[in-house]
Design a protein around this ligand. Structure first.
Ligand code: SF4
Length: 228
């Protein structure tokens, strides 16, 4: 068999392997699989790597600037997100927009928003470890494609899924951590803030205000260095 023929067989087998990705969580998703977010979204919308694919209306992949310096990762879509196919569009999403706007961060320009799981867990329950593991390679590919300088992990599930830190969110929020050469910060999930309306000093909302200002300051530092 000529070298060329062998190589063409190799390409063909790779292609088939890629097509199998949405069918089974045992099929790996090597980094570099997707050329762009559209390709990745197509796979997510036909995906059955975990049972959440059986009940979704739309896979919810992400929104915002595909080359944003800041990426926000939440837990999983809720009902509004499942219906629209967009993350953080319900009340929690509106609050997130307000929090970002308070430090002049624009979701169309500065931020890309996604979730650990792309499909809605029934009744908005927390995704299981198996569901998170099945979906994680898509998230890793999204991070590679967006290539953010800062990743904000909204809520304990996102922290556990990405950096495997199982400490409570109240303990670690507002702390800079390094993950694969990127700066990460756990923050409260906006839906937690909706359940805790107090603005008193030390309340979750007040702490979020401190955290988002810290993020803004770090972002300005990064911008200043890249302008030099
Ligand atoms: S949640 Fe993720 S792994 Fe599960 S079916 Fe949806 S896209 Fe696939």
């Amino acid at each position: 068999m000529s070298n060329e023929h062998q190589l063409s067989l190799f390409e063909e087998s790779n292609f088939n392997q890629k097509e199998l990705i949405p069918t089974d969580a045992k099929i790996p998703i090597p980094l570099g699989t997707y050329a762009n977010m559209t390709e990745l979204a197509q796979h997510c919308n036909q995906c059955h790597r975990c049972p959440l694919g059986n009940t979704r209306t739309h896979a919810v992949v992400g929104r915002g600037n595909l080359k944003a310096p800041i990426m926000i990762v939440g837990e999983a879509p809720g009902q509004n997100e499942d219906e629209t196919g967009l993350p953080f569009v319900g009340k929690a999403g509106q609050l997130l927009e307000k929090i970002l706007a308070s430090v002049k961060l624009d979701t169309e320009k500065d931020v890309y928003i996604s979730n650990v799981n792309k499909c809605r867990p029934p009744g908005n329950r927390v995704p299981t470890n198996e569901e998170m593991e099945a979906c994680k390679p898509y998230l890793l590919e999204q991070i590679r494609l967006v290539d953010p300088k800062i990743i904000l992990l909204a809520g304990a599930t996102a922290v556990k899924a990405l950096i495997n830190d199982k400490r409570g969110i109240t303990k670690i929020r507002g702390t800079w951590m390094e993950w694969k050469g990127r700066l990460c910060m756990p923050i409260f999930h906006p839906s937690y803030l909706l359940r805790n309306q107090s603005r008193e000093v030390g309340s979750p909302k007040w702490l979020m205000w401190q955290d988002i200002q810290t993020v803004r300051a770090k972002y300005d530092e990064i911008l200043a260095v890249s302008d030099r």
